[in-house]
Write a protein that binds this ligand. Structure first.
Ligand code: TGC
Ligand code: FAD
Length: 387
């Protein structure tokens, strides 16, 4: 369970009863079903598919959507879900981020009624899995520079190109694919089994080993007009709006990973005796533990503030950039420091910090690298675009 002793700024007191209920039920699920198996999946480089159905039963897939079989929870609850899942492993939170924020959100927000009915109830039940294809191999930070094209042919579209680094690609039933049309970027729903549409798993990752990451290939895939997301405007606005949802969740999630690392560092340094006293009784170690707690508390305060703004409909993308940058940086620093405090034991699979630290190398890169978020904030400050 989340260690309430680590709740320095009293986040728990600021939560509504329903939000606490959501957090605690996800925390129980993570303790009972994620933590016992995640080390094996990380070692085996395999995604724990068996966890999808129980997560769906808890209402964790598309949890912010009202209707279509979804739970209709608020933004704070979504944040808490991400926090608890990532306390288990970033791969599990990644799966839920992609399913909920990057696939169900655009179908709900930009899809036709027929598309919503076709996909959302099954995705909420975890019977249908989605992925989101924006990045291409020649550079993810600048997604407008894409080579994937969609050309009209009669009443259909013909899609050619490829996407790289796509979470859930190997297991997805549907891919939200962003392609360049004559008018600009548009979003399409590509279904597994469409002729010319193939996926390939990326193997031998040192990070997010329990996540299924892959590439998407499109070789003259014929996609009916009914599979265009009709409500999305031309350009990057729609995909960026999906990223804002997912980045918000990540800003909460990474703090769960950081909490797990601080928990482990506290346990270990209290027990480990060095030079006749416990490591935790030395000033240098105490200062490092206090630094970790400070970073987590600041991140939580920021994320809760932004979640309340999200629920009031006044959250801006730049605010989310600040939180994604701040909290990912905080979490990776905490994880690396926790790993160091465990000494040689810190590289063993028995302890969580090395796994979290390795995972966070991906999390600080995807959904906009640290530099991308720094430049977004600086652009807002200066009015000058330095990308
Ligand atoms: P920019 O000027 O920032 O925005 C273009 C237009 O879009 C508007 N906009 C939004 N509109 C609605 N909702 C939002 N949330 C919006 N965010 C932005 C914006 O107002 C603007 O509109 P207008 O009318 O002024 O034109 O666009 P830019 O082209 O300058 O963007 C530059 C940059 C670098 C910030 C952007 O390209 C970027 O974010 N790059 C990073 C790409 C990235 O993050 N890729 C992530 C791929 S998905 C992924 O990694 C999933 S991992 C998932 C997991 O496993 O958990
Ligand atoms: P690049 O864009 O090539 O960046 C390389 C370096 O250059 C970075 O340090 C970057 O900060 C820096 N840089 C770039 N531009 C500038 C600049 N103007 N000034 C200074 N420095 C700059 N994408 C999807 O679409 N869907 C997914 O589901 C998805 N899942 C992912 C899962 C994993 C495990 C990973 C690792 C990635 C995933 N991605 C996904 C892709 C991810 O979003 C990209 O990796 C990310 O956006 C960075 O793109 P890139 O890897 O091409 O790096």
């Amino acid at each position: 369970m989340t260690n309430e002793g680590l709740d320095i700024v009293g986040i728990n007191d600021e939560l509504q009863d329903e939000e606490r209920l959501v957090r605690d039920s996800v925390a129980r699920f993570v303790d009972a079903e994620v933590l016992p198996v995640i080390g094996r999946h990380f070692a085996d480089h395999s995604f724990p598919k068996d966890l999808i159905a129980p997560m769906a039963r808890l209402g964790l897939l598309g949890s912010s959507i009202d209707g279509y079989g979804c739970a209709g929870l608020n933004a704070v609850s979504y944040g808490l879900i991400c926090q608890e899942l990532e306390r288990g492993d970033s791969a599990i939170r990644s799966f839920v981020s992609v399913q909920s924020s990057l696939c169900m959100y655009p179908i709900f927000t930009y899809g036709s009624e027929a598309q919503k009915l076709q996909w959302l109830p099954g995705m909420a039940k975890g019977e249908l899995i989605g992925c989101f294809g924006l990045t291409e191999s020649h550079g993810g930070s600048d997604p407008l520079n894409m080579n994937t094209t969609a050309r009209r042919r009669g009443g259909d579209w013909v899609i050619n190109g490829s996407k790289m680094w796509i979470t859930n690609a190997p297991i997805a039933d549907v891919a939200i694919v962003w392609a360049l049309t004559e008018e600009g970027v548009r979003g399409f729903l590509l279904e597994r089994g469409m002729p010319g549409f193939t996926t390939q798993e990326i193997e031998r990752k040192f990070s997010l080993r329990a996540s299924a990451t892959g590439a998407l290939f499109f070789d003259n895939v014929v996609v009916p007009e009914a599979n265009l997301l009709p409500g999305s405007s031309v350009g990057l606005k729609a995909p960026l709006s999906c990223l804002t949802q997912a980045r918000f969740g990540i800003s909460w999630g990474v703090l769960g990973a950081a909490q797990a690392c601080l928990d482990e560092a506290l346990r270990y340094t209290k027990e480990r005796v060095m030079f006749g006293r416990s490591l935790a009784a030395t000033q240098a170690v105490q200062i490092r533990l206090a630094e970790m707690a400070r970073k987590i508390a600041v991140g939580q305060t920021l994320s809760l503030q932004l979640a309340r703004r999200k629920d009031r409909g006044i959250l801006t993308p730049v605010q989310v950039s600040l939180a994604k940058w701040n909290n990912c940086r905080a979490a990776i620093d905490v994880a690396r420091d926790a790993r160091d405090l465990l000494g040689g034991a810190g590289i063993l699979a028995e302890y969580a910090p090395i796994r979290h630290a390795l995972n966070l190398e991906s999390v600080i890169t995807y959904e906009g690298t640290e530099t991308v978020h720094q430049l977004s904030l600086a652009r807002a400050l200066t009015g000058l675009n330095a990308f």
